[in-house]
Write a protein that binds this ligand. Structure first.
Ligand code: TRP
Length: 454
């Protein structure tokens, strides 16, 4: 272990193995699974998208998570400091820049959607005004997002909570939150999946999600599936490297990466099973876009006994899941500012909060007063998401994997990836991961870029 590192000095390590898993899974599981996955799948042909997505999680996701972990734990620094310490010159150190940029942009639009969960929590109390008709819920969503002050208040409220938690530091802030909330979220998702299986549209919904029509796979679908992989696993922008800088030497990296990827994918699939039967049962278009889940969920809740109660519980959990994710995003830039600019955690949080708030306000208003302003046909909200998920994160992932696969000393890589007690022989899976980092990942990402963007 590197004892003069900033983390060692402030003694900021995750305390327990459960804490590590809870924090990385907490980062991965969030709006990406429950809000973004269903509408991306809906836009991109359902099952065909799911299959490409799962392929990417295994072939690219798990190896790149490992690569980020190695970078973070072998240096115990923020993302820029880590690349410097590993003597990664240009262009290998590009992910430090793209990662920081992405972490601000993503916070901008993510906190708007997290703000929606607060509004829907509030609406749950009143049972959405007693409405159960999907058409009216459609209008209600518009009425909310198109009223500037309402969406601003919710977004800012979310940001306030986020930055309060962050300013308290790693241990207290993150560990406690994730340990309780994640398992509860899975339980309630399961309950809703079962409920959805009894809806009249269940068969159609399930076949939309699970029986692929491979003719629907276009370069655009593949690009979206890759974007979703990076977004959902929080990988490619240094979030996981930053978290790994707080891991201790006993944390088994490959296992942590696999547990994170598998649980994240399970939650996304559960969200799909919950949403798509309802989509077909209530006659909603699967291509409805970012609003999809926010129309489908109330329709489900208002048709079951004690709907308002379920709805409240669900949105509280969704809010918490968003929070554990934004905490991890914010940590990239916070740890950068603390270590590179030598500011205290409190001051770093303030700098961060100012930048993010400006971006979030623009994103929130891009549904109302700024809706006319479009760049490349996209509002600021859509553009941030597109840039982050489909460009910056995969680009970061490409450089991270190529760097770890080709440039990093093989000895360092082996030592980091080999769990303690195994030092005598190198486990077979390490060669597989190295192979993917050298060939599969960079080439795949590069090809998807070429075909998907042209
Ligand atoms: N993976 C999270 C989700 O699915 C979002 C997230 C958290 C994230 N940290 C990130 C996305 C870092 C990109 C980068 O909701």
């Amino acid at each position: 272990m590197n004892n003069d590192s900033p983390q060692a000095a402030s003694n900021q390590f995750f305390k327990t193995r459960l804490g590590v898993i809870a924090a990385t899974v907490g980062s991965a599981v969030g709006l990406g699974n429950i809000w973004r996955f269903p509408y991306e799948a809906g836009n991109n042909g359902g099952a065909a998208f799911l299959f490409v997505y799962i392929f990417f999680v295994v072939a690219i996701g798990i190896p790149v998570i490992c690569a980020e972990f190695v970078i973070g734990r072998s240096t115990r620094r923020n993302i820029a400091g880590a690349f410097r310490e590993l003597h990664a010159g240009f262009p290998w150190n590009l992910p430090a820049g793209t990662g920081l940029l992405a972490s601000f942009l993503i916070m901008g639009f993510y906190s708007v959607v997290a703000g929606w969960t607060i509004y829907y929590l509030y609406e749950s109390f009143s049972g959405f005004g007693g409405i159960a008709e999907t058409a009216q819920l459609h209008e209600r969503f518009d009425a909310f997002t198109q009223t500037p002050w309402k969406s601003l208040v919710c977004t800012l409220l979310f940001l306030l909570v986020n930055f309060l938690v962050i300013s308290r530091g790693i241990r207290n802030g993150i560990e406690k939150f994730s340990n309780i909330m994640m398992p509860l979220l899975v339980v309630i998702l399961l309950a809703f999946c079962i409920n959805s299986l009894f809806l009249p549209g269940a068969k159609e919904g399930l076949s939309f999600l699970f029986s692929p029509d491979f003719s629907k796979i276009t370069p655009g679908v593949v690009l979206s599936a890759m974007g979703q992989t990076f977004f959902s696993l929080s990988v490619g922008m240094g979030t996981l490297a930053t978290y790994a800088s707080y891991f201790n030497d006993r944390t088994a990296l490959v296992r942590t990466a696999s547990v994170t990827a598998v649980s994240d994918t399970i939650v996304a699939i559960l969200a799909g099973i919950m949403i798509f039967p309802a989509v077909f049962s209530f006659g909603i278009q699967p291509e409805a876009g970012p609003r999809l889940v926010f129309e489908v969920l109330p329709s489900i809740f208002m048709k079951i006994p004690l709907g308002a109660l379920w709805s409240t519980l669900f949105f509280i959990l969704l809010f918490m899941a968003s929070l554990t994710s934004t905490i991890s995003m914010t940590e990239v830039s916070t740890s950068y500012i603390i270590q590179e600019w030598k500011l205290s955690r409190k001051k770093a949080v303030v700098v961060n909060a100012i930048i993010v708030t400006v971006l979030a306000v623009i994103c929130a208003l891009s549904f109302s007063v700024l809706s006319g302003i479009k760049i490349a046909g996209m509002t600021f909200f859509n553009l941030s998401d597109f840039l982050v998920s489909n460009i910056l994160m995969p680009l970061g992932g490409m450089f991270i994997s190529a760097f770890v696969g080709w440039r990093l000393e093989r000895r360092v890589l082996r030592r980091q990836l080999t769990p303690e007690g195994h030092s005598a022989r190198t486990p077979r899976y390490i060669s597989l991961i190295v192979f993917s980092l050298k060939y599969v990942t960079p080439v795949c990402i590069f090809l998807v870029f070429i075909f998907g963007l042209l």
